[in-house]
Ligand binder design. Structure first.
Ligand SMILES: [Zn+2]
Ligand SMILES: [Zn+2]
Length: 276
């Protein structure tokens, strides 16, 4: 059983390992070269549409909060899914800035009941420990990414980043394709989408306006890179075409970095996996 400590727990993430500056503690633009270097494939230059509305219809007629914001160190989009009525939430990809994520949950009046990772590249997991300690929520990854989770310092070193790995949260649950993550009235279904990493998953939320949290698998007019630790291009293309493009065209896609898009737009216009 994991030792839990109180809400006031502070945890420092991204300790600097040298005197090379404050990169570790400042946000980096989501389309920075560093972000692309770690997470995305080649970009054709086209950018997707701007962020869309944050509140979406919910299957049961309740208000569902979908809020995403980029966090340090590399602008990974952390997503808060909230059930407004029951005050419960799922936090997806707390890449950094734990205190900010916890503060936002409090502002929204939400109790986090699950912490889910679309994959375990280091820019998606840096604040997991902080959020876990502050909320006591269970932490979830796909088991095929465990080697990356356990090798976070290796990732950072290969990337040449000037900081040391944060203390890592314990994993409470391995997610598999077809699993559902529950939090109050929220239901997020797990779709295993290997390619960017072996344990990459997407989360789909049904409703009036369906939503998919695509991690670094699919971006607006781009796709995740596949040349890192266990990446596989044919798997990535297959994951997107067979599993994500099976979703309704109007599905809102919240990407692991950069702007939102929709399944229909990417099916038509994505230069790497689209129809054109
Ligand atoms: Zn990323
Ligand atoms: Zn990634």
């Amino acid at each position: 059983m994991r030792r839990r400590i109180g809400r006031d727990a502070q945890h420092s993430e991204w300790g600097e390992r040298s005197d090379r500056g404050p990169l570790a503690s400042t946000g980096v633009a989501t389309d920075s070269p560093a972000t692309e270097a770690l997470c995305s494939g080649p970009r054709p230059g086209a950018r997707g549409p701007g962020p869309e509305g944050r509140r979406h219809g919910h299957a049961k007629g309740q208000g569902m909060i979908v809020e995403s914001f980029p966090v340090a160190p590399l602008g990974c989009n952390c997503v808060i899914l909230g059930d407004e009525e029951r005050g419960t939430a799922i936090v997806v990809d707390p890449g950094g800035e734990g205190p900010r994520i916890v503060a936002r949950l409090q502002e929204l009046g939400l109790q986090c009941e699950a912490i889910v990772h679309t994959h375990t590249h280091f820019d998606h997991i840096g604040a997991t420990k902080h959020v876990q300690e502050a909320t006591s929520a269970p932490t979830m990854i796909h088991e095929a990414d465990l080697f990356l989770y356990e090798g976070v310092q290796m990732q950072i070193d290969s990337f040449g980043a000037p900081f040391r790995a944060p203390e890592m949260a314990e994993i409470d649950r391995f997610l598999a394709h077809g699993d559902t993550v529950l939090a109050g009235g929220l239901e997020a279904d797990v779709v295993h989408t290997p390619g960017h990493s072996p344990g990459s998953i997407c989360l789909t939320i049904e409703g009036e306006r369906p939503v998919v949290l695509a991690g670094d698998t699919l971006f607006a007019r781009s796709v995740g890179r596949t040349d890192l630790w266990g990446g596989d291009t044919s798997q990535l293309v297959d994951s997107i075409r067979r599993k994500l493009f099976a979703l309704p065209d109007e599905t809102l896609v919240i990407c692991g970095h950069g702007p939102n898009t929709t399944i229909g737009e990417e099916r038509r216009l994505n230069p790497f996996v689209g129809e054109r």
